[in-house]
Design a binder for this molecule. Structure first.
Ligand code: BES
Ligand code: MN
Ligand code: ZN
Length: 505
């Protein structure tokens, strides 16, 4: 799909050549600034009760007289926000994608000045509407003939719109990659398949990619990670990706993604209903791959490291049993009270591994707890961090990307439930505050750097009729990484304190 930007005043809209002209509208018809004959067509339709600007409704016109475009589709947006434009464009592209259109143009009327966020919203909405999962369903409707989307804006808006567009094209590619891998079932997306995906990305974008197999992981000493793979016939992988956009002396941002390609719960077996959705338990890993895809395309001057521990969580004669005690890479022993709390067991070793990069910040991303879904539903990801500055940067990135998160607490009292009589720590607290105790567990392994945790259990995929990966939080992460450019200096310089404020909540 080819996304373009073209500066064009609204009054020249009727003369623009495209197979379809999609016009998102907001506000009273007379104040939209649309030229004739578009204004007349719209006003007549409203008069006849066929359209309502407010209603989130749409109006399709085939070869309207006086308009160069073969088709015109008006869509009511409901507000002038980027979010509203996203909804309108999503609807409009979905409506025309199966028609014989190759080139669609998107315009917005009544939005005031378009900002970068609007351009980003329009591109992401279109990419979302055009994605089709085919890997194990080749009979799925073929993506239509649509090849090109031109976003129209005024000349004043052009610089912001162009910047938003190129960022969004990269994010959209990353989101699509993350969705695609999340959607692939457990027998098609195995740890080795994620490793191959990382290697392919590496080849395509000249990233350094290192993949450790079981023997390699043993050699590193990741006893906690390995305890999760014990019940599985499918060998684990530990994937290290590196994007080097800045001097080697600059401390990197490290992203750590949970890559459980299928979570049965292990010996603490999950109930059967909806267990299929545990193929999405590698959503964190997929979002790391997607973010690398976006960043590698945008080429910011920053160093980025991606760490993906990936395996299956299966029951078996050799599987870890409740009560087993394992030794993590950090040296802390862990009593595995519930084998279904496996995400934290693979993440803690990757978090310890992250120390060797002397990072400026580490963010882990994981479909970690059902409790987070209960707390926040499917709208916002759970954000946990003892560092106010880092938390603020991540929250702001989420808002900018329309990929929101919400901060959750980490008071030390929450750690009480993790106490064990038989190990340094247990892997579960009680049912209450389950998303927080999971984060408290991870926090024990993050003493050496600024750290944040994103629980994406509610946001990485959708259930029900539209079941499928969302590609979240690639948008949030990409915006966050871009916001950190130039903030890693000095942190890696020997003997020099990091030049930043550290605020511990
Ligand atoms: N992958 C799940 C979390 C999950 C469950 C995400 C349902 C989305 C929907 C995770 O490995 C898990 O099983 N967590 C347990 C933890 C519990 C045993 C402390 C959970 O949330 O039930
Ligand atoms: Mn689990
Ligand atoms: Zn899991």
């Amino acid at each position: 799909m080819d996304f373009r930007h073209h500066p064009l005043p609204l009054r020249e809209l009727p003369a623009f050549e495209a197979d379809a002209l999609l016009i998102a509208v907001h506000g009273p018809a007379k104040e939209l600034g649309l030229p004739k004959p578009l204004a007349t067509l719209l006003e007549e339709a409203i008069e006849q009760g066929d359209f309502d600007v407010k209603g989130g409704r749409s109006l399709y016109l085939h070869r309207p007289a006086g308009v160069k475009a073969q088709r015109v589709l008006f869509v009511g947006a409901g507000s002038a926000s980027a979010k509203a434009l996203r909804g309108a464009v999503n609807k409009a592209v979905a409506a025309v994608k199966e028609l014989g259109v190759k080139h669609v143009a998107v315009a917005a009327a009544g939005f005031g000045a378009l900002e970068a966020a609007h351009a980003e919203a329009a591109v992401l909405a279109a990419a979302d509407a055009l994605y089709v999962y085919r890997h194990t369903k080749p009979s799925a409707p073929k993506p239509g003939s649509l090849r090109k989307l031109t976003l129209l804006s005024s000349a004043d808006e052009a610089p912001a719109v162009a910047a938003g567009l190129s960022r969004a094209v990269a994010i959209a590619e990353g989101v699509t990659l993350a969705r695609e891998y999340a959607n692939r079932p457990g027998n098609h997306c195995r740890p080795r398949d994620l490793a191959d995906a990382a290697k392919d990305l590496g080849k395509q974008f000249k990233l350094k990619v290192e993949v450790f197999d079981r023997a390699g992981i043993e050699k590193i000493g990741m006893g906690s990670f390995l305890s999760v793979t014990r019940g599985s016939e499918e060998p684990p992988r530990f994937i290290v990706l590196r994007y080097e956009g800045a001097a080697k002396s600059q401390a990197p941002v490290v992203l750590v993604g949970k890559g459980i390609t299928f979570d049965t719960g292990g010996i603490s077996l999950k109930p059967a209903p909806e267990m299929d959705e545990m193929k999405f338990d590698m959503g964190g890993a997929a979002s790391v791959l997607g973010t690398f895809r976006a960043i590698a395309q945008l080429k910011p001057k920053i160093n980025l490291v991606g760490l993906i521990p990936t395996c299956e969580n299966m029951p078996d004669g050799r599987a870890t049993k409740p009560g087993d005690v394992v030794t993590s890479l950090s040296g802390q022993t862990i009593e595995v009270l519930n084998t279904d709390a496996e995400g934290r067991l693979i993440l803690c070793d990757a978090l310890t591994y992250a120390e060797r990069f002397k990072p400026q910040a580490v963010v882990d991303i994981a479909t970690l707890t059902g409790a987070c879904v209960i707390a926040l539903g499917n709208l916002r990801s759970g954000l946990f961090s003892p560092d106010d500055e880092l938390a603020a940067a991540l929250l702001a990135a989420g808002e900018a990307a329309q990929d929101g998160a919400w901060r959750m607490p980490l008071d030390e009292e929450y750690e009480e439930g993790l106490k064990s009589n038989f190990a340094d720590v247990g892997n579960v607290g009680g049912r209450a505050g389950g998303a927080i105790t999971a984060a408290m567990f991870l926090k024990r392994f993050t003493k050496a750097y600024r750290w944040a945790h994103l629980d994406i259990a509610g946001t990485a995929w959708k259930s029900g009729g539209a079941k499928g990966g969302t590609g979240r939080p690639v948008g949030l992460l990409t915006h966050f990484v871009l916001s950190q450019v130039g903030q890693g200096e000095a942190a890696a310089a020997p003997g020099k304190a990091p030049a930043r404020k550290r605020s511990r909540a």
